[in-house]
Design a binder for this molecule. Structure first.
Ligand SMILES: Cc1ncc(COP(=O)(O)O)c(C=O)c1O
Length: 283
């Protein structure tokens, strides 16, 4: 929110890939920006034509989230280069939300778009502690940006929250001295849980997209339920005892109505219990 308030003037356009983390729409609305949603392809690769045509002279910023909530996409170097070239050509700032940066699977590498020379001074890199150190709810995050941008962000932030609670900031500092092995361990732990939940959901009849990072699985609802995503999510809670987030939280367009997002950021016992309940589910 602070990043958006720092860079947006009323009526500026902001490019947002779809599916998106649900705060980006409201962040755009509050800062006065007009969101331009660019749907990713079915396999969550970039639709180059759609992306190119979203840029125009009103475009001020592009929001990128890698690894992505909700689809687990990790943008490749080539994709980031495409975005970087377009941002440089159109003088656009990238707001890069990298809060799942350490949760990547199958030996993939997380790449920050700010690491491209042309993006160094036109990227606001955002991250936080909640995912890496399993402290969701503490709401401690940070922004890294060029001096002028950083100064504007800090002014907006001062009037939004004044500051994050000091004791929590100190506790997060302790996390920063964890050894490299810690980061390997969390990625390994989530990779096992991803595999378990992927198999569970596939066996239960959902078409799953294998996440490359983060800790969610976005699935297609089974055909012929006669329900939209909201009704089906309620049905799963009431009849099966398993909760998922309706897909329309992450889509501006129709496909969201046929999707659900599950998370594997849960204890092994919880995931096993979910598997038992889904197995017993009388479809
Ligand atoms: C993509 C993304 N960005 C930012 C956040 C915010 O994280 P927090 O408020 O825990 O710092 C979340 C939390 O779900 C997220 O998924």
């Amino acid at each position: 929110m602070a990043a958006m308030l720092a860079i947006i003037n009323e009526g500026d356009e902001v490019i947002i890939f779809e599916p998106f983390y649900e705060s980006y729409g409201p962040d755009s609305a509050v800062s006065g920006a007009i969101p331009q949603f660019v749907p990713l392809n079915d396999d969550f690769s970039i639709n180059e034509e759609a992306l190119v045509s979203a840029f125009n002279k009103k475009t001020r910023a592009l929001i990128i989230n890698t690894p992505s909530n909700p689809c687990g996409k990790v943008f490749t170097k080539d994709e980031l280069k495409l975005i970087a070239d377009l941002c440089a050509e159109h003088d656009v700032i990238a707001v890069s939300d990298e809060i799942y940066e350490y949760i990547v699977f199958d030996d993939r590498k997380h790449i920050s778009i700010a690491s491209f020379d042309e993006m160094r001074d036109r990227t606001i890199t955002l991250s936080g502690f909640s995912k890496t150190f399993s402290v969701t709810g503490w709401r401690i995050g940070f922004a890294i940006a060029e001096k002028t941008l950083s100064s504007a962000i800090r002014k907006a932030h001062d009037f939004l929250t004044v500051g994050a609670p000091t004791p929590l900031q100190r506790a997060c500092l302790a996390g920063l001295s964890f050894p490299d092995s810690y980061y390997k361990e969390i990625a390994g732990m989530y990779e096992k849980r991803r595999n378990f939940l992927y198999n569970t959901l596939t066996n239960a009849g959902f078409r799953c997209h294998m996440p490359q990072g983060a800790y969610y699985i976005l699935v297609d609802m089974p055909e012929g339920t006669g329900m939209d995503d909201m009704a089906f999510a309620r049905y799963l809670i009431d009849k099966v005892g398993v909760a998922a987030v309706p897909g329309s939280s992450f889509y501006h367009s129709e496909p969201g109505k046929h999707k659900l997002r599950f998370t594997f950021s849960k204890k092994d016992e919880t995931l096993q219990e979910a598997a038992r309940r889904l197995e017993k589910w009388d479809k």
